[in-house]
Design a protein around this ligand. Structure first.
Ligand SMILES: [Zn+2]
Length: 264
């Protein structure tokens, strides 16, 4: 996606001064397009095996991006197995929200039917998010959410749901109404998975830019700024959904905005 399509209100020429640090990881030097990772985070606590977001999936319908429509590439699933993760042993699947690039592998097509990819998992999804997705009744809901509701595997939770002392949610509305961030705590360390409240390290410098597909632009900007302010103070490790590899880092203040320092 071209930066001007991602942030339609971005002043012309804004990218130029940042090319040096954006290229080649976050901006393609040949096409000028943003490079946006799509990924799942795997969390092992002493009690649970948890996935956060499940990418695009296979055989899914997508009216926005041709590349995502009816994909047959199951590399994601194979890599999960290669990492030693048995889908039957996943305890929880958290969805930060229900866009197609975050819930695709919730299900897979077996003998013409959508079945849960993780047959013994509880899928943790904010009730507000489910209600919005059900109202829209888009393909992502029909193919990746409704089938796991029908098997009784979805827990519709509040946006401040707490699983235990290691994992809990923070409301982060704007990109979608029920969007959440996922907090992690372990042996004195803290991290937070930010989902789509921010899509590119460039938005740390310009948190007020409005991302094209945010449901409520003003709310999304307010959530993004407040999240970045909090993270610049508490220095939690931020694990992003869409920043290029290594996708993790810390937020520090820079002028009246912020900077994202990737982990080395
Ligand atoms: Zn996304």
């Amino acid at each position: 996606m071209a930066p001007a399509d991602a942030w339609p209100d971005m002043p012309a020429g804004s990218i130029d001064e940042h090319r040096r640090w954006l290229e080649p990881a976050a901006l393609c030097p040949h096409t000028g397009k943003l490079i946006i990772a799509i990924q799942t985070w795997v969390i092992r606590t002493s009690h649970h095996l948890i996935l956060v977001d499940t990418c695009i999936g296979c055989n899914k319908t997508n009216h926005y991006f041709n590349d995502w429509h009816q994909r047959t590439d199951d590399t994601w699933y194979k890599r999960l197995l290669d990492k030693g993760i048995d889908p039957a042993r996943v305890d929880y699947v958290f969805c930060t929200h229900l866009h197609g690039d975050h819930c695709g592998w919730n299900t897979r097509l077996m003998d013409g039917r959508w079945v849960p990819t993780f047959p013994n998992a509880k899928y943790i999804i904010a009730r507000t998010e489910i209600d919005k997705a059900a109202g829209d009744n888009a393909p992502a809901y029909q193919e990746s959410v409704l089938p796991v509701i029908e098997t009784g595997q979805v827990a519709a939770v509040e946006t401040d749901y707490r699983l235990d002392d290691n994992v809990w949610l923070e409301p982060a509305p704007g990109h979608t109404p029920g969007h959440v961030a996922v907090h992690l705590a372990s042996v004195g360390q803290r991290a937070v998975l930010c989902g789509d409240l921010i899509h590119s390290p460039l938005q740390c410098l310009y948190p007020h830019w409005k991302y094209w597909i945010d449901f409520d632009h003003d709310q999304a900007v307010a959530t993004r700024r407040s999240f970045l302010e909090d993270r610049s103070m508490d220095q939690y490790l931020v694990l992003t959904a869409h920043f290029p590899s290594p996708s993790a880092g810390r937020v520090t203040p820079r002028g009246d905005a912020f900077r994202f320092d990737f982990l080395p």
